[in-house]
Design a protein around this ligand. Sequence first.
Ligand code: SAH
Ligand code: SF4
Length: 360
Amino acid sequence: MLNKQFLEIKSKKKINLLNFNLQKMINFVLQLGEKKFRAIQIMEWIYKKNCINFKNMNNLNSSLQEKLKKTSIIQLPQCINELKSIDGTIKWNFLFNTEFIETIYIPEKKRATLCISSQAGCVLGCKFCATGKLGYTRNLLVSEIIGQIWYAIDKINQYRNRNHILSPIKNIVMMGMGEPLLNLKNIIIAIDIMLHKYGFNFSKNKVTLSTAGLVPAINKIAGKIDISLAISLHASNDYIRNMIMPINKRYNIKMLLSSVRNYLKKSTANRGVVTIEYVMLLYVNDYKHHAKELACLLKNIPCKINLIPWNTIKNSSYKCSNYNRITTFCEYLKSKGFVIMIRKNRGSDIQAACGQLTGI
Ligand code: SAH
Ligand code: SF4
């Protein structure tokens, strides 16, 4: 029986079901005049059985399949190119409407990390970042964020079925194009789908959101979202951070670290530890006295530090710190008891490394 709500939905544009977390899916099936458990079944088809064709969802009766076909679609992003690096990293270029977006698969021996984008371009304009130089186009929809993960998992499964040796995706990092906390409404729903047992069911320790330091948004998500947090600090004092990250003029280091403490108080993900990202820029932020300043700043914050050798981008006068300066910096912080690692450069031959993403 077709009810009034169903007819109303049918008259609108088809809805992409990849935009829905479980709660939204429940609301949707109720509007179709169906029972709540149908929402769980649909989620399971999409996320557990990797099935996006209503016809193949064989525990849904034909009348529901028909209603779904009339009102909704399950539409993946359109992949327009795939590049493989000599180190095994894979970059997918997607076309979303008129915007180009990138997603990166970074394999280790047993597990892989998927680096996803949250915006087309970025408005924050960090001086060392290629995405920042693009400027801002728009926020990605939930379906576009989730579609990147769905596509990547499916593609890797296809390769594995053809006996390619590729590690399964176990980690998601929101470190691709854009600033996730500027797309908060959609990111919150997308994270729910990533973590939910009827969604991708990732562990909260394995989903990381990296931010340049949107202090009010960090305070807002504290206690509401519990995933691993990474902070792009990149400087040991406000003078340098103002120079390389304009957002610091709005929210300085003190405000930022206080919001991080607040987040950590309410989070158990990653054992209550934040990751501090620090890009190594030659003669800018890589002196021994910067390492000392950093040790002081972070002494009361449960953290691990990631030193990121700067990846070259076009039209930039920055240089990456040399090996000696990076190891001296690293050893000093280690001697002060910090857990610290130097991030491996992955995929730079296909412009897939941190900060190199421009969508083309
Ligand atoms: N907007 C978010 C997430 C995307 S950037 C953020 O800024 O945190 C992911 C990481 O790459 C950030 O730590 C960012 O500062 C770093 N990054 C940007 N450009 C880089 C470059 N050219 N080389 C190395 N790391 C870079
Ligand atoms: Fe935007 Fe992050 Fe690049 Fe800064 S580093 S411009 S916040 S994507």
